[in-house]
Design a protein around this ligand. Structure first.
Ligand code: SAM
Length: 222
C-alpha cells in the first residue's frame, strides 16, 4: 500500500534512493532501452535548441536532477545556469558533472517552492518534473514570476496512455510509493495561460507525453 507520507516527501525519497539509477538511464545505449525512453532525449534536445535560440541566456532548471540537461544547456551557450533539486544525491551528481563550467553553473538543494532564487531567467526548464507534482499550478506560477520578459519555459509532461498509463501507476505509486500525475493538452494550456504565459505551444512527439514551450510576453516600452 502507498504510505500516507506527504506526496512531496515521497517524491523526494524516491529521487534520493534512485539518483544513480536515474542518471544511468542517459548512458544506456541498448537499442531497446533507447526505444522505450525516447522522451528523455527529445526533451534534452528541445532544451538545448531553446537555449541556442537566445543570445547567452540565463537558464533556470527546476528539478535539475543529475545535471544531464544542465550540461547541454551550458554547452549550448547559457551564460548563467541555476539548477534546483530537493534530492541531495542528485545535486551531488550534478555538482560533479557541471564543475568544469565554473561560476556559470550554480546548484541549489531544496524545494523549488521554498528556496530563494535570484532571477529573472530567459529560459526556464521543467523536464521530467511535472510528473510528480500534486499542485502543479503553484510551480507554473512561480516559474512565470522568475521568467524574464520575452523568456520561454520548456516543459515535459506525461499523458495517460491505455498501455503505459496503468503500468506507470503500478510501478510508481504501488510498488515505488511515489505519486505520479498525467496531463492533457487542454489542462496544460489552461494552467500555463492562467499563470501568465502568453503563447503556449504543445507538441506530442509520439509516445505518451507532451513537450511544451510557453512564452512570457515582451513588455512594450511606453
Ligand atoms: C525525473 S527527474 C528529472 C531530472 C532532470 N530534469 C532530467 O530530465 O534529467 C525529476 C527531478 O525533480 C526533482 N524534484 C521533484 N519535485 C521537486 C521540488 N518540489 N523541488 C525541487 N526538485 C524537485 C526530483 O528530486 C528529481 O531529481
Amino acid at each position: 500500500m502507498p504510505s500516507s507520507a506527504a506526496a512531496p516527501q515521497r517524491v523526494r525519497n524516491r529521487f534520493r534512493e534512485k539518483a544513480r539509477a536515474f542518471d544511468d538511464l542517459y548512458e544506456d545505449q541498448r537499442p531497446l532501452a533507447r526505444l522505450l525512453r525516447p522522451g528523455l532525449f527529445r526533451r534534452r534536445q528541445l532544451a538545448a535548441d531553446t537555449v541556442r535560440a537566445y543570445d547567452a541566456p540565463r537558464v533556470l532548471d527546476v528539478g535539475c536532477g543529475s545535471g544531464r540537461i544542465g550540461e547541454f544547456a551550458l554547452e549550448a551557450g547559457a551564460s548563467r545556469y541555476v539548477g534546483i533539486d530537493f534530492s541531495e544525491p542528485m545535486i551531488e551528481l550534478a555538482s560533479a558533472r557541471l564543475e568544469r563550467f565554473g561560476l556559470r553553473a550554480e546548484l541549489i538543494a531544496g524545494d523549488f517552492l521554498d528556496v530563494a532564487v535570484d532571477g529573472p531567467f530567459d529560459v526556464v526548464l521543467a523536464l521530467g518534473l511535472f510528473d510528480y507534482l500534486p499542485e502543479p499550478h503553484l510551480f507554473s506560477r512561480r516559474m512565470f514570476e522568475l521568467c524574464a520578459d520575452g523568456g520561454c519555459l520548456v516543459g515535459s509532461f506525461p499523458g495517460w496512455s491505455l498501455i503505459k498509463g496503468p503500468i506507470r501507476k503500478l510501478r510508481y505509486e504501488w510498488i515505488g510509493n511515489c505519486p505520479i500525475f498525467n496531463y492533457t493538452p487542454r489542462e496544460l494550456e489552461l494552467m500555463f495561460g492562467a499563470s501568465g504565459f502568453e503563447r503556449v505551444q504543445i507538441a506530442s512527439p509520439g509516445g505518451s507525453g507532451f513537450l511544451l514551450r510557453a512564452y512570457r510576453a515582451q513588455r512594450r516600452s511606453q
